[in-house]
Structure formats: C-alpha cells, structure tokens
Write a protein of this length. Structure first.
Length: 342
C-alpha cells in the first residue's frame, strides 16, 4: 500500500535545471533496478576515429521506453562505453533535467553513449543514489534532455542534433505500456491530425511553454495563461489551485488530504477529462489517465495536483502520455502536440 506523505514533487533547481523524478515509495515494489556499485568504465575514454564514424549523420533512431509501477517513471535503455564493452543502463527519461546521471561512485567521464542507434561522445556524471536522488529506486539514473547552461555539459540531444536528419526528438508515452522515444524524425503513424507547435522559453533551461487555457470534462474552455514545463521526469500534472479546485469539485467524494499531501478520492469515482490549450490545439487527457495510484483498497491519489509553492505549472506524464509530443531545437526551440490513438 502506498503512502504519499513522502512523495516528493519533481523539484526544479533553477541553477542546474534539474528535475528530481517523482517516485512513489512502495515497500513491495517489484520494479527495483539493481545498482552497479563499481561500474566497469574508465575515468576518461578517448573516442576512437572508428567510433566517431558510428555517429549517425543525417540519422534517425528510435528506442522503446518502459514505464515503472503506476507509470511513475519511463525508462530508456542507454548503452555507455565503446561498442565492444558497452554497458546498458535504464535511465529515467527526463525533459525537465539537463544532466546525464548514472547512480554510482562519484566521477565524471566522457564516453560513447548510444540511444536507439544514435551515438555521441557524452559527458556522464556518476553520483551516489542518495540525497536528492534517494527516492529513486526504479532507475539507474537520469537521461536529461532539457537545455545545458554555460556551466553544464551538453545534453545527449544537443550533442546528437547536428548529426540528426531533423533536429528534434519525439516522445510517445503510453499508459501502463511501452512507448517510444525517437530522434531525428517524426513518425506519422504515431499521431493523428496535425501537430500544433508553440514557442519555448529557455531562459531557465527548460522546455517551458505558455498554455492558453483549460476545460474540465465537457465544460466550456476557459482562457487563462498557464506557464508550464513540459517534463517527462515529473509524474503528475501540477496546475494552479483555482483549476485544481474546480476539477475536484466535479469528483464525488474527493478531498484534499494533508496526510497524503494532495487530493484523494474514492477509487470507484468517475474522473472528468481535462483539456489544456496548446495554441489552437486542445489537448485532452481522459479521466482514467488522471487516477494516479491507490492509497488504500478504496482510496486513490489524484494525478492532478496544485502547483502551490512552485511558481509555475508542470505538465507531467499523467498528461503527456495522452499526447504525441515533439521537441524541436536546440536552436529556436518549439514544442509540438498532436492527438494519438489511446
């Protein structure tokens, strides 16, 4: 049985643009990934000419991302090291972080890193799984795909962008099922209709957009300016208090439970959908996507929660898994949304 009192919001550290994944603590979780306490990688590896030839030019690549329990994280298989000796790690897909972190004894190295057939020379930070990462027991580390700052190394995407057919990646997460992370191309079979793009504010190093409003269930669309991070490293959908209060007013038996740190409701309740405006597009997350996880046999924890104390909203994976999302950049960045089969 989960308790959410200690569930930590994916806090954003402005100086590093680092989002800490929100992960429920479950004593009987079966999703723990074994840690490698002594990774067999040198402190510094010079990428050979042959390995550099393997870096795709005009390339594309795609890889399966696998959700953990309750879709709390989406894990990407990442190969680190020369092809002949590479080790595979399962990293948390995190567009709210600019860091490439593997949990292990502290060191920083440069190694060939391959994701979905795309190889780059990448700075990799090994950090102990403690402190700000101590709640993450399901992944081997973080694959940060936000924007680097002057003091931080380039991200995998920034390193790969010059060699990609198109300077973009797409995220197609699924509910309780494997999804897809694709670099360099937009696969038209993964979405329906048109893709609507909006500009990105990168001042803080994030994929940060402004949504133009919302609707709850079949209610009318309400125009509003919602500053939001598009963050695959955060599980929940964090919105302004007024919107969240209006949402749970439509859910019979719901209440704000301070002991759990958020809104709960009877698991038997029917949740309304929520719609967020992305330019002219109306992105709809069905109600059944917004029931995050059980607190007990009869009570569930909501996937929509207040952004109190954060200063902005976060569109986390309970929302993003209902959409097909395109991240264009790093120059003149944009984010695109489209509907898809659910």
């Amino acid at each position: 049985m989960l308790t959410f009192l200690s569930v930590v919001l994916s806090a954003v550290l402005i100086s590093q643009a680092l989002a800490i994944p929100l992960t429920p603590t479950s004593p009987d979780s079966s999703n723990n990934v074994p840690r490698d306490a002594s990774p067999d990688i040198g402190t510094f590896n010079i990428v050979s000419a042959r390995e550099l030839e393997l870096i795709a030019r005009g390339g594309t690549g795609s890889v399966t991302v696998t959700p953990t329990q309750y879709d709390s994280e989406y894990l990407v298989p990442v190969q680190v090291g020369p092809a002949s000796t590479a080790k595979t790690y399962k990293l948390d897909l995190d567009t709210g972080s600019n860091q490439f972190i593997i949990y292990g004894p502290s060191q920083t190295i440069v190694e060939p890193v391959t994701i979905g057939g795309i190889t780059v020379s990448q700075t990799v930070q090994f950090q102990p799984n403690s402190g700000q990462f101590q709640t993450d027991t399901t992944s081997d580390g973080i694959l940060g795909l936000a924007f680097s700052s002057g003091s931080s190394p380039k991200t995998f995407f920034e390193n790969a962008a010059p060699s990609l057919a198109q300077s973009l990646f797409t995220v197609n997460l699924k509910k309780a099922a494997p999804g897809t992370l694709t670099f360099g191309t937009i696969e038209t079979t993964q979405y329906t209709g048109a893709i609507t793009y909006v500009s990105v504010n990168t001042a803080n190093g994030w994929w940060e957009i402004t949504s133009n409003g919302y609707a709850i269930g079949s209610g009318a669309f309400v125009s509003a300016s919602i500053d939001a991070l598009i963050d695959t490293g955060t599980t929940l959908l964090y919105l302004p208090t007024t919107i969240v209060s209006a949402y749970y007013a439509k859910v019979a038996g719901s209440k704000y439970d301070s002991t759990q740190g958020g809104y709960t409701f009877p698991c038997s309740a029917t949740l309304p959908s929520i719609t967020l405006g992305i330019g002219s597009y109306r992105a709809v997350a069905p109600g059944n996507y917004l029931n995050y996880a059980p607190v007990s046999s009869t009570t569930c924890f909501g996937g929509v929660q207040r952004n109190t104390g954060i200063g902005f909203s976060i569109f986390g994976t309970v929302f993003l898994k209902s959409q097909f999302v395109v991240f264009k950049g790093p120059g003149s960045p944009m984010v695109g949304f489209a509907a898809k089969p659910l």
